[in-house]
Design a protein around this ligand. Structure first.
Ligand code: HAM
Length: 436
């Protein structure tokens, strides 16, 4: 068959039902763990005034320089599809007066994001992140708790063993100013050994030279001055406490003085979860402190810390680890019918079964019983209920066990309770969605 005329655009993908099993499972784990820790869900718009992102992420970052989908609204305003969630969360925190709530405010999200990056494995133009932010608390215990929460979610999803946690501190603004000077002094005269991107970054954002993936840049980075020479006592103490708390929480980590992250808003603790195989190339997630961002966005000085993970990358790791989430879509009962009266009766039976919380599909067409059974097989239903004209007249129904291939004729009254029992489920009558 020739390929269809229309295809999803480059770097985007359809999430097909099989992948939604992963999405639903991950979302459930995130919701469960976040709620347990007092976080509440937030969604910000998919597009915002471009300044929300350029101002917070930093003009010289890859995301702002190359990866944002920017467009002009009909009224001439420059807008951008959100490339990440922290800037929008902080904008919402300020816009809705959340600074007046008891602090810290703990928010989580599970949303699509957009970056115009070169599509490759694990890198898309539309992707999803799960993320959380704690705004309004400076204590290093928050850093450790956020990292613990991320680690716990990785554990729940069965991928923690495939990841190594990298941590570092990039200090406060004063430390960084001194460090920038040291780096610029070190790299001046060596520009020709740097890649084109790093040559541009040298004066705007020299810290980024430390985590460039180009080989020559990495060699130079390994010889560059180290941050611990300029680190203030306060920075050292904060970092020391984060490590102590992580030890206490038994979260394994590796210190990585080269880890700087790609966004300008970070201060102090930064961290990433790297793949055991591909290292930094395919981090599932990362985050850190951003103590200056609320103020930068127009609020009072307010410390904050957060994390986000790529959902598609997380799914790839789950698949590599052979993890299959539970299939909540699995059809439990198939209702087959033959003849007008049987079809009429089957309609209310279908609803009754569904009201009892059973995933039930009925054949709506006029196919033969044989073709309806083939459909039940394809759907992998546990049981089929078969209703013909004779059964309706006699008040019976045929119950077929699809795995065993055996069947029996039973009274139609009480059939719902019977299949609920057989499926080992508790009786869900009068179940309401409010109880979920
Ligand atoms: P980030 O490191 O830019 O951090 O993104 C977090 C994760 O999103 C990455 O580790 C990756 O798994 C996923 N991701 C990023 N870009 C793509 C892409 N093009 N395709 C697929 N997955 C991608 C942030 O976004 C920060 N806002 C995290 C944060 C929250 N820091 C503090 N709070």
């Amino acid at each position: 068959m020739s390929s269809p005329k229309y295809q999803s655009s480059k770097g985007t993908h359809d999430i097909l039902p099989d992948d939604h099993l992963y999405f639903s499972f991950i979302k459930k784990v995130v919701r469960h763990r976040c709620r347990e820790a007092g976080f509440r869900r937030i969604s910000t718009p998919m597009f915002e005034n471009v300044d929300v992102f350029t101002h917070s992420l930093g003009e010289a970052t890859d995301i702002v320089e190359k990866e944002m989908f920017v467009f002009e609204s009909k009224s001439g305003k420059r807008m951008a599809l959100r490339p990440e969630g922290t800037a929008g969360a902080v904008r919402a925190y300020l816009q809705h007066g959340m600074h007046q709530l008891p602090q810290p405010v703990e928010l989580y999200y599970f949303e699509p994001f957009f970056r115009y990056s070169r599509p490759q494995k694990g890198r898309y133009r539309q992707f999803h992140q799960l993320g959380f932010e704690v705004i309004g608390e400076q204590d290093p215990a928050v850093d450790a708790q956020i990292i613990y929460l991320a680690h716990k979610i990785n554990q729940d999803l069965g991928i923690a063993d495939r990841l190594k946690l990298q941590i570092n501190t990039i200090g406060g603004p004063e430390d960084r100013k001194k460090f920038h000077e040291d780096l610029v002094n070190f790299y001046t005269g060596k520009e020709r050994s740097l890649c084109a991107d790093c040559q541009k970054r040298l004066h705007k954002n020299p810290l980024r030279l430390l985590d460039c993936k180009e080989e020559d840049c990495q060699i130079l980075a390994s010889m560059a001055p180290k941050f611990d020479h300029v680190m203030s006592e306060e920075t050292k103490e904060h970092y020391q406490l984060v490590k102590e708390f992580l030890d206490e929480l038994k979260v394994p980590y590796e210190e990585n003085p080269q880890l700087v992250r790609g966004l300008d808003y970070y201060t102090h603790t930064v961290f990433e979860f790297w793949s055991q195989q591909d290292g930094a190339q395919n981090a599932t997630g990362g985050g850190g402190r951003y103590d200056g961002l609320v103020e930068l966005m127009g609020g009072q000085p307010t410390p904050a810390m957060g994390y986000a993970a790529g959902v598609e990358r997380t799914i790839e790791y789950m698949k590599e680890a052979g993890i299959r989430p539970p299939n909540k879509d699995r059809i439990q009962i198939f209702v087959a019918q033959l003849g007008h009266i049987a079809k009429k009766r089957s309609l209310s039976l279908l609803n009754e079964l569904r009201e009892h919380g059973l995933n039930t599909v009925g054949s709506a067409g006029k196919g033969s019983i044989k073709s309806q059974m083939r459909m039940a097989d394809r759907l992998q239903a546990h049981y089929s209920l078969i209703l013909g004209q004779i059964e309706v007249q006699e008040g019976t129904i045929i119950l077929r066990d699809m795995d065993k291939g055996s069947q029996e004729t039973v009274p139609i009254d009480g059939i719902v309770d019977m299949v609920v029992d057989k499926l080992g489920g508790k009786k869900l009558k009068n179940r309401t969605l409010w109880e979920e």
